[in-house]
Design a protein around this ligand. Structure first.
Ligand code: BGC
Length: 767
C-alpha cells in the first residue's frame, strides 16, 4: 500500500503511473458523488486484480441482522448497511478477441487519473499492450450529473495504435452485487426483472426487508472518430439481474472508437413507477447530450465553488487538501432532501454502516450553514425532528419513560443500529450534540422560527432523557451519570465523563430557557407543544434539580476537570514517551490494554471546551489543552480538527498547522493506512472548521461575526466566504492584514481582533 502518491495540484487530484497496490486506495480517492448517488472509482472494463466495487444510492439501505457473541436486552435488531447498489458503469471490452484487463496486459504505460474538482469530472487515460500484441490508447471521462442527479455519463474511447482492431464494447447493468460489509453473507437485492429496447436497458431489483425498488438503467451510443454510428447492439439478458449489450466496431489503426453511456438509478423513494421514471431520465439526458451535460456539470460546480471555495496561497498541498475536503462534502450531501444525511464514508465505502452519526451535528452543520443557503442546515435539523418518535421509542426500549428521547449512535431511519453495548447503551453524549446543533443553528443564522416549530420538542425529549439518566448520589449529595462512554471510545463504562455531565446540564438549562422564550413569544406553539408533550412546571422543577446539582470531577492537583472519575488512577505516560512501534494503539494493542491506558482517541474534555469555549477563560482552555493533548493519540479522524482550532486560539501556530495538514490530507496522504476502505467524509467538515474557526478565528457572539485572523508561516494568504444571514462576506487573510468585502445590500459590522469594523456592500475594507 502506497501513501502520498497523489500529485500536488491546486484543482485536481492526480495519479500518474499504474500501480496495482494503489488501485483500491485510488478507487476511494477518485470517488464521484452528486448527493443522490455515488460510486468508487472502479474501472469500467473488467479488472482481475484487487478491487473494491462500490456504488451507493442515498437513503437506500439494508437492515442486516445483528451479529454479536452474546445477546443483551436492548440490542438493536439490525445494523443498517450502506448498500452496494447495482452496477451501471460496467463496460467490458474485447479487442481483437481479447478481453481488456489492466491486470493481464503485457504493459500499461502513461496511466493517469485526474479528478477535476473544479468542474466535477473524473478522467482516466493509459496506453496498453495486450497479450495479442494490439497496442491501444484509452481515454475515459465520467461524471455524475449535479443537474440531472439520477444520471451519470461515461465517455470511453479507444484508439488502436499499431494495427486495425475489431473492438467490441459490452456495456452492462448488473444487480447481482454483494456488500463488502455484510454480517451473514446474505444477498441484499431481489431481482425483479430486466428489459431492453433499442440502445437502452433496465434492470429492476428490490431490497429484501426494506423493499426499496430501484431501476438501474443505461443508454449507449457508439462513435467512430467522433461520428455517431448506427450499430445494432447484440442484446443479451443474461438473467433477470444482468443485461449485456455488445457493439462491434471496426477501427482502423489510428481511428478512435468510443462509447457514450448514460446510466443511473431511479428509486421508489422518489417514484412510483421506477422504469417509467428511468425512461424519462434517459430522455432528458439525451435531449441535452453528453457535451451539454458536461458543460452544465462545470457550471453547477462553478456555482458551488463560488460560495464554498477556500483559497490558500503559497502551499499547494494545503490548497489541494482543503479543496478535496470541500469537494467531497458537496459530493456527499446537497441539502436538497431532508430524508438524507452525511455518512462518515459518504459514497466512498461501506464501513460504519448507517448514514447518520453525531458527526453531522458536531462537525458538519457549521460547514453547510456557512457555505449554503440556510435551509440546508435546517434540513439537517429537520431530519432529527422527523426521527423524534423513533428516538423516544429507542429510549423506551432501554427503560426510559415519559417521552424521554435517546437519539441513535448510528441510524438510517431513526432506529438505532449500532450494536456494541459500550456504544449503543453508553455513548449517550451524542444526544447532547443534537441539542447543541439547534443552539448553534440559531446562533449562526438568527432564525429562531425552527425552535417553536420543531426544535423545542426535540429539546424536551433530550432534557427528559438526561433527567432520567442521571442518578442522585447520596454520598456526593449531587447528581452523577454512571456507566458511560465519552467521545474517547478508548474508555468504556466510566463514571462521570466530564463532557457528558457538562452537556447533560447544558441541555436541561437550554431546554428550560427555550420553554420560557416560546411561552412568552410564541403562545400558540407553546400550547401545541405542551399539549403534545404533557410537560408541566413540576416536571421542569425536577429537571432543574439535576442540572443545578450536577457533579463535575475536578483535580485540585492539576487544576483541570477530569475526563472521568478514575482518570488519575491511570499510569500517566504521555504519547511522546510511548514507543512509535506501539502505534496506532488500536492496531497494536489488545482492547483490554487500551481501556486501561490513559490514551485518548479524540477530543473529549476538549470537545466540551470546543462547544462551550465562551464558558471558560483562555487560561482554563490552555491548562486543559496542555493537560489532555499529550495523552491524545488522534486515532479518530475527528480528532485533529478540534485540536487544530484550539491550538490556533492559543497561539500555538506550529501545532495548529501540523494538525491542519493531518486533517486536510488525512485521506490524500493516507495517514491511517486505510483509505482503501473509503474516505473520512464527516471529518472533512472539521477541516473546513480548522481554517475558518481556527486560523480565521470566526465566532458568532450576540448576533455579530467576530474574527481573530492568524496565518501559518507556511502560507502567504488564504481566503474564504461566509453566508451570514443571507449576506456573503469574503475574508482574505494575509501576513499583515485582513480584507473584508461584502456581496449583499446591507452594511455588516464585524469585530476583528476585538474592534468593530463596518463593511459596506461592494467595497473592500482592510484591517
Ligand atoms: C469516532 C466517533 C464517530 C465515528 C464515525 C468513530 O471512530 O470515535 O466519534 O462518530 O467514528 O465517524
Amino acid at each position: 500500500m502506497h501513501q502520498d502518491y497523489i500529485k500536488p495540484d491546486n484543482w485536481s487530484i492526480i495519479e500518474e503511473g499504474f500501480d496495482r497496490d494503489s488501485v483500491k486506495s485510488s478507487e476511494s480517492l477518485f470517488s464521484l458523488g452528486n448527493g443522490r448517488m455515488g460510486q468508487r472509482a472502479n474501472f469500467e472494463e473488467s479488472y482481475s486484480g484487487e478491487t473494491f466495487q462500490g456504488s451507493y444510492i442515498a437513503g437506500i439501505y439494508y437492515p442486516d441482522k445483528t451479529k454479536v457473541g452474546w445477546w443483551k436486552n436492548g440490542y438493536p435488531e439490525y445494523f443498517a448497511k450502506v448498500l452496494n447498489a447495482p452496477n451501471w458503469i460496467g463496460i467490458d471490452i474485447e479487442i481483437n478477441g481479447e478481453n481488456l484487463d489492466l491486470n493481464t496486459c503485457v504493459s500499461v504505460d502513461n496511466f493517469r487519473r485526474e479528478l477535476n474538482m473544479k468542474e466535477g469530472w473524473y478522467h482516466r487515460s493509459f496506453e496498453a499492450k495486450l497479450q495479442n500484441g494490439t497496442e491501444i490508447s484509452v481515454n475515459v471521462c465520467r461524471f455524475l450529473s449535479m443537474e440531472l442527479d439520477e444520471s451519470g455519463c461515461i465517455h470511453y474511447e479507444i484508439t488502436p495504435k499499431n494495427t486495425d482492431a475489431k473492438i467490441v464494447f459490452k456495456p452492462y447493468l448488473d444487480a447481482g452485487v454483494h456488500n463488502e460489509d455484510a454480517n451473514w453473507e446474505e444477498k441484499f437485492w431481489e431481482p425483479l426483472g430486466a428489459s431492453h429496447s433499442g440502445n437502452e436497458a433496465f434492470v429492476t431489483a428490490r431490497t429484501f426487508k426494506t423493499h426499496f425498488t430501484v431501476t438501474t438503467f443505461m443508454h449507449n451510443a457508439i462513435l467512430l472518430d467522433g461520428n455517431a454510428q448506427a450499430i445494432d447492439a447484440e442484446r443479451s439478458s443474461i438473467n433477470n439481474e444482468k443485461i449485456v449489450f455488445g457493439y462491434a466496431v471496426a477501427a482502423a489503426k489510428g481511428q478512435t472508437a468510443s462509447i457514450q453511456k448514460i446510466g443511473g438509478y431511479t428509486a421508489s423513494l422518489n417514484h412510483t413507477d421506477t422504469v417509467l421514471a428511468a425512461k424519462d431520465v434517459i430522455k432528458s439526458a439525451r435531449a441535452k447530450g453528453y457535451e451539454t451535460l458536461l458543460e452544465e456539470q462545470a457550471e453547477a460546480w462553478a456555482h458551488i465553488w463560488e460560495m464554498s471555495d477556500i483559497t490558500i496561497d503559497g502551499d499547494v498541498k494545503a490548497q489541494q487538501g482543503i479543496r478535496f475536503n470541500i469537494f467531497q462534502l458537496n459530493q456527499t450531501y446537497s441539502g436538497k432532501d431532508s430524508r438524507l444525511n452525511i455518512g462518515p464514508k459518504g459514497f466512498t465505502g461501506e464501513k460504519y454502516g448507517g448514514s447518520t452519526y453525531w458527526d453531522t451535528e458536531a462537525y458538519c452543520i457549521p460547514f453547510y450553514m456557512a457555505t449554503k443557503d440556510q435551509h440546508v442546515a435546517r434540513n439537517l435539523l429537520t431530519y432529527r425532528y422527523n426521527q423524534l418518535d423513533k428516538a423516544i421509542e429507542n429510549a423506551a426500549k432501554l427503560g426510559f419513560t415519559n417521552g424521554a428521547a435517546l437519539y441513535p449512535m448510528v441510524t438510517m431511519n431513526g432506529e438505532e443500529c449500532h450494536n456494541e453495548w459500550e456504544i449503543t447503551f453508553e455513548e449517550i453524549h451524542r444526544n447532547g450534540a443534537i441539542a447543541f446543533a439547534i443552539y448553534n443553528y440559531h446562533r449562526f443564522t438568527g432564525d429562531y422560527s425552527y425552535i417553536p416549530e420543531k426544535g423545542l420538542e426535540v429539546l424536551i425529549g433530550i432534557a427528559r432523557f438526561w433527567h432520567q439518566r442521571a442518578t442522585f448520589s447520596a454520598d456526593k449529595n449531587q447528581y452523577v451519570i454512571l456507566g458511560v462512554t465519552g467521545p474517547n471510545e478508548y474508555e468504556n463504562n466510566v463514571n462521570n465523563n466530564w463532557y457528558t455531565n457538562y452537556l447533560a446540564k447544558w441541555c436541561i438549562d437550554y431546554a428550560s430557557q427555550q420553554i420560557e422564550k416560546v411561552k412568552a413569544d410564541f403562545p400558540a406553539d407553546f400550547a401545541r407543544i405542551m399539549g403534545k408533550t404533557k410537560l408541566d412546571d413540576v416536571e421542569i422543577l425536577h429537571w432543574r434539580k439535576v442540572a443545578d446539582h450536577m457533579y463535575f470531577p475536578f483535580s485540585e492537583k492539576f487544576g483541570v476537570f477530569l475526563q472521568q472519575d478514575g482518570f488519575l488512577d491511570k499510569e500517566l505516560v504521555k504519547v511522546h514517551d510511548l514507543d512509535k512501534s506501539q502505534r496506532p494503539i488500536n492496531q497494536k494493542w489488545s482492547w483490554d490494554r487500551i481501556l486501561r491506558s490513559p490514551y485518548i482517541k479524540q477530543a473529549d474534555v476538549l470537545q466540551g471546551f470546543y462547544f462551550f469555549e465562551d464558558h471558560f477563560s483562555m487560561e482554563q482552555l490552555e491548562k486543559h489543552f496542555d493537560f489532555y493533548e499529550p495523552f491524545t493519540v488522534h486515532e479518530s479522524s475527528l480528532s485533529p480538527c478540534v485540536h487544530s482550532i484550539q491550538a490556533a486560539v492559543l497561539g500555538k501556530m506550529d501545532m495548529a498547522y501540523t494538525f491542519y495538514l493531518r486533517t486536510s490530507r488525512l485521506d490524500l496522504d493516507d495517514y491511517n493506512k486505510e483509505v482503501e476502505e473509503g474516505c473520512h467524509i464527516t471529518s472533512m467538515a472539521g477541516t473546513w472548521m480548522s481554517i475558518v474557526e481556527g486560523f480565521g478565528g470566526m465566532r458568532v457572539k450576540d448576533d455579530v461575526l467576530h474574527f481573530t485572523p492568524r496565518i501559518p508561516k507556511e502560507w502567504k494568504g488564504y481566503s474564504f466566504k461566509i453566508n451570514f444571514r443571507n449576506q456573503i462576506l469574503k475574508i482574505s487573510v494575509g501576513a499583515n492584514e485582513t480584507k473584508f468585502s461584502l456581496e449583499g445590500d446591507r452594511e455588516v459590522t464585524v469585530v476583528v481582533n476585538g474592534k468593530a469594523v463596518s463593511v459596506e456592500p461592494n467595497s473592500l475594507v482592510t484591517v
